[in-house]
Design a protein around this ligand. Structure first.
Ligand code: FES
Length: 116
C-alpha cells in the first residue's frame, strides 16, 4: 500500500519542547495567527487563534486534556477539531500537523493565505 499521491509539503515550525506543557505558542502565518498547543501527554494541536464565538485568543485559554477554554466567555473548544463543545456551535480552523524527531511540522499549503 503506497501513498505516492501525497504531495504535502511539511514546514518545520518549532521543537515540541519549545511549547510550554499545557500551554501554547503562536505562529504568525499568512492565514492568520495559529495557536500551537501542547498538553500533559505531549500531544500537540494547531488551530487558528480565534474563538469561533467572537474571536477570543484561544492561546490564552486554560487547557484541560484535549480542550481549551476560551478566556473571553468560557466556551470549550476541542483542540483536535477546533470546534466548540455543545451546547455551543462553531469551529476555529484546525491545521494538520506532524511531529518528527521532536519537531512540529505544519502543512505549508494550509498555513498560507489562499492567494499568497
Ligand atoms: S470569544 Fe470565545 S467564548 Fe466568546
Amino acid at each position: 500500500m503506497s501513498n505516492n499521491t501525497d504531495n504535502t509539503v511539511w514546514k518545520k515550525i518549532l521543537p515540541v519542547d519549545d511549547i510550554p506543557v499545557m500551554g501554547s505558542r503562536i505562529l504568525q502565518a499568512s492565514v492568520g495567527p495559529i495557536a500551537i498547543f501542547r498538553n500533559a501527554q505531549d500531544e500537540v494541536f494547531a488551530i487558528l487563534d480565534e474563538c469561533p464565538h467572537k474571536g477570543g485568543p484561544l492561546s490564552q485559554g486554560i487547557m484541560h486534556g484535549k480542550t481549551v477554554t476560551c478566556p473571553l466567555h468560557s466556551w470549550n473548544i476541542d483542540l483536535s477539531t477546533g470546534c466548540a463543545q455543545e451546547p455551543d456551535e462553531g469551529c476555529a480552523k484546525s491545521f494538520a500537523l506532524k511531529i518528527e524527531a521532536g519537531q512540529v511540522y505544519l502543512n505549508l499549503e494550509e498555513i498560507q493565505a489562499p492567494h499568497a
